[in-house]
Design a protein around this ligand. Structure first.
Ligand SMILES: [Zn+2]
Ligand SMILES: [Zn+2]
Length: 812
């Protein structure tokens, strides 16, 4: 594509030409009147000067020459620790050159010992492919790097096992193929010198706990084959990376966190889309907005986003326009959008706007997400690298899995849920030390709105720690079965799997999964244990064009009801399709190309029923329970909404089966009388319970090393199974994951911390630090902060005499 576009500088990007502040100013002028600026805050993150250091003396000359530059101090520090046999995690910012830190010791070992082997693990195939390209570019003789993943043809796998000395794979392949087939990998495992774990902060929650045991299984087999590899981990900046890496590997890991790479200044703007002018039902997104009337009160409406009956412009439309403006300015820009659908919509709107301005310009914008076929991904990555594409809309940084160079600006459409993700996404801008612009575009949602008006909540606090719990019994048991299926478990193996491994093994023997023999514990069944690391379950649904039979992509089972229901508008590569039929038995959705004027939004209904009660505490007006529950969600209808204005055209019923999750929940009940006595009027009960539920979910990681995204909740003023106002908190994983159990066992500590977090929060009516939830299915409504404290006080007062002393006795 060679279209010369007026206004696009050929050689220099807009950032080079204008600087980020000027670019931001230009975007603002394009998008708003002076009186009603969408920019609520601008944070200038200062530039950092890089500190290089001479190559460590142990690095061979050939390697130094292959790189042709000197390492940064943090790279050399981490590499030298690893070279000395110390397990190490390097936790520094995006683009700080973490690859060199593990390549240095790994490749040095391969050069020094022709039989040495290296295993590299990444969370995505795309990232592994990117690392492979980098290794190939280095051109070190005799390394023969190769990927070993689901895309590797059968006939190549044997070659990889035999000849590659630097195998790049992922935890799923390790779990499903490499470890169960270890006999064929014997020569590789015998010579294993380094295990590299890239992006290790992504191994969190239940998935992280599974991966922790996959790594223990790898360590056990390596020992049996005679190797003791050194682990080198790379992590995004996170709270306490040494602790997380130690829990992940089960080994003592030291952290290197002092980032010595140069960083260009980042201008970070918080952006709140303007209120829509009154009485404009169908504002076309491509239209330059008529400047909002100066009289618009921009602050009074800020908190709930809807003031005097007026809505804000959708963050998707706003991001699409900013993306289009950035392309016109010649800025290489990446827009992060929370959902796959959203990314497609942003790309489609931006393309349409550009196409109207200059025919052909729309081709320089694309959407990107996991689920695309490999060929599509590669083509997009390549086009962005060459500059043929100027803008991408994507779901998150990891799915990119590619070392994008020369991005000038990042637009973040909606708060991504954690500060760690926010910084990771913003860190994509400003490669090679150039100045960059990052913009967080707030969604019309109380949480986002709160954040763009309280910059301290984003810029003044450390990032979150990564949490995982290898002792989780629901993970440990199945993983011990996998280990036993690979090689009988011996008593000497058990400490590797943690202090509760013996108890878990005994339980597996009782249930018949393992059999004890004089030489150890054996897996008793035919075939391998069926253990899914990601707990998602089910075959992905194929999206097929009905007329041609062409496979467009896949959608995971869990999202298929929402994304592929009959009538759904499905976007692929900015092209719009409408779903004709969804066949759940065959896991196929048939679609045809059509570009309607509306988008579709599925609505689902979630219900919870109690299956059984395992344990409970009867505390008079208050009850505390642990038990099995069925969580049912059903997509029941969808809305058609006009693109741009969001105006609802109609709501259409759907006939899809309900999906059930049998899991474990903890719940408390409190009688209406007790609520009234605590000053909670009947009208305030739903908001008070809902607020308490959110905060309780947010605080559960304090007592159970889980992640709030692993947990779900439901609160109701009257539940059919309890006959009472009730708050449920449940494990979001089939069969439960141990979190609710932990919550029940530490209920007083958990609920007291919840109460304190709400009470000590300085806000008036609730904020993300206390009772708002980033994953609320009801748009954080209703919430009653003050009354939620009253509810928790009443619950704690009733529970304390019952469980306080009991717990003290149990601990003694
Ligand atoms: Zn608050
Ligand atoms: Zn909620």
């Amino acid at each position: 594509m060679t279209t010369t576009v007026p206004g696009i500088p050929a050689a220099r990007s807009a950032i080079e030409a204008l600087g980020p502040a000027e670019l931001l100013h230009r975007l603002r002028v394009l998008r708003s009147s002076v009186e009603d600026s969408p920019i609520t805050h601008v944070e200038c993150v200062a530039a950092r000067v890089g500190r290089t250091t001479p190559w460590p003396s142990w690095v061979p000359q050939a390697l130094r020459e292959a790189y042709g530059f000197q390492p940064w101090e943090h790279q050399a520090a981490a590499a030298s620790l690893a070279h000395a046999g110390q397990h190490v995690v390097l936790a520094t910012g995006t683009a700080s050159g973490k690859s060199l830190a593990y390549q240095m010791p790994a490749l040095s070992s391969l050069l020094a010992d022709p039989r040495a082997r290296v295993l590299y693990l990444s969370p995505t195939k795309a990232l592994a492919a990117d690392q492979l390209r980098a290794l190939v570019r280095l051109g070190i003789d005799g390394v023969r790097p190769a990927t070993y993943d689901g895309d590797t043809p059968r006939e190549e796998r044997e070659w990889v096992r035999q000849h590659s000395r630097f195998v790049l794979t992922n935890p799923d392949m390790l779990h499903h193929a490499l470890l169960p087939g270890h006999a064929r990998w014997g020569p590789f495992l015998r010579r294993l010198t380094y295990v590299v774990i890239d992006e290790c902060h992504t191994y969190r929650g239940v998935f992280g706990s599974h991966v922790a045991h996959v790594l223990r299984r790898l360590r056990r087999l390596s020992t049996q084959y005679g190797s003791t590899p050194t682990f080198v981990l790379a992590s995004a900046t996170s709270g306490d990376p040494a602790d997380a890496a130690t829990r992940l590997t089960g080994l003592p890991v030291v952290a290197v966190t002092d980032d010595a790479s140069p960083r260009g200044a980042v201008t970070f703007a918080l952006w709140e889309p303007p209120l829509l002018p009154p009485e404009t039902p169908s504002q076309v997104p491509t239209q330059r907005p008529t400047p909002a009337p100066a009289a618009v009160p921009a602050t009074s409406a800020a908190f709930d986003g809807v003031g005097d009956g007026r809505a804000r412009r959708s963050a998707l439309s706003e991001t699409a326009d900013l993306l289009a403006d950035a392309v016109v300015a010649g800025t290489r820009t990446l827009a992060f959008v929370r959902s796959r659908r959203g990314a497609e919509v942003v790309a489609a709107l931006a393309r349409r706007a550009l196409e109207e301005a200059v025919p052909g310009l729309g081709d320089r914008v694309a959407a990107y997400r996991a689920g695309y076929l490999k060929e599509d991904r590669r083509a997009l990555e390549q086009a962005l690298l060459t500059g043929e594409l100027l803008a991408l809309a994507s779901t998150n940084a990891l799915e990119l899995g590619v070392d994008l160079v020369g991005l000038d600006a990042v637009l973040i459409c909606g708060y991504p849920g954690t500060r760690a993700s926010l910084w990771q996404q913003a860190g994509r801008a400003g490669r090679a030390g150039g100045e960059a612009l990052a913009v967080l575009v707030a969604r019309d949602d109380p949480l986002d709105t709160y954040l763009v008006h309280h910059p301290d909540a984003l810029f003044g606090r450390p990032v979150e720690a990564t949490v995982l719990d290898p002792a989780n019994p629901y993970v440990l048991g199945p993983q011990l079965c996998c280990a036993a299926a690979e090689a009988p478990l011996r008593p000497a193996d058990l400490p590797l799997f943690g202090p509760t491994a013996q108890i878990a093994v005994d339980a597996l023997v009782s249930s018949g999964a393992l059999r004890k023999r004089p030489t150890g514990w054996y897996w008793t069944h035919q075939g391998r244990p069926d253990v899914d690391l990601r707990g998602t379950g089910g075959t992905p649904v194929a999206v097929v064009e009905a007329a041609t039979g062409r496979l467009l992509g896949t959608v995971d089972r869990g999202s298929s009801h929402v994304m592929l229901h009959p009538g759904a508008v499905y976007l692929h590569q900015g092209t719009s399709y409408v779903v004709e039929a969804l066949d759940l038995d065959d896991a196929v959705a048939l679609v045809h190309a059509e570009e309607p004027d509306w988008s579709t939004h599925a609505r689902d209904v979630t219900d919870l029923s109690v299956v059984s009660v395992r344990e409970y505490v009867d505390a008079g007006p208050v009850g505390l329970f642990l038990g099995e529950v069925d969580v049912t969600s059903q997509v029941v209808s969808y809305q058609r909404r006009r693109i741009g204005s969001g105006e609802v055209i109609d709501t259409r019923p759907l006939d899809l089966p309900a999906r059930e999750l049998r899991t474990v929940a903890v719940w408390f009940t409190i009688s209406s009388k007790a609520l009234l006595a605590a000053g909670v009027e009947p009208g305030d009960v739903p908001g008070a319970l809902h607020a308490a539920e959110h905060a309780a979910i947010g605080l559960l990681p304090l007592v159970a090393t889980c992640d709030r995204w692993d947990i779900g909740g439901l609160s109701t003023a009257d539940h059919a199974d309890t006959d009472c106002p009730t708050v449920f908190v449940y494990d979001g994983h089939p069969g439960g994951a141990g979190f609710a159990e932990r919550a029940y066992a530490t209920a007083e500590e958990w609920l007291r911390a919840t109460r304190e977090a709400i009470a000590s929060c300085g806000c008036d009516t609730g904020c993300p630090s206390c009772v708002q939830s980033p994953k609320c299915g009801n748009g954080n409504n209703p919430l009653h902060k003050r009354k939620s404290i009253a509810v928790l006080d009443a619950v704690l007062a009733a529970l304390h005499p019952r469980i306080g002393p009991a717990r003290a006795a149990a601990e003694a």
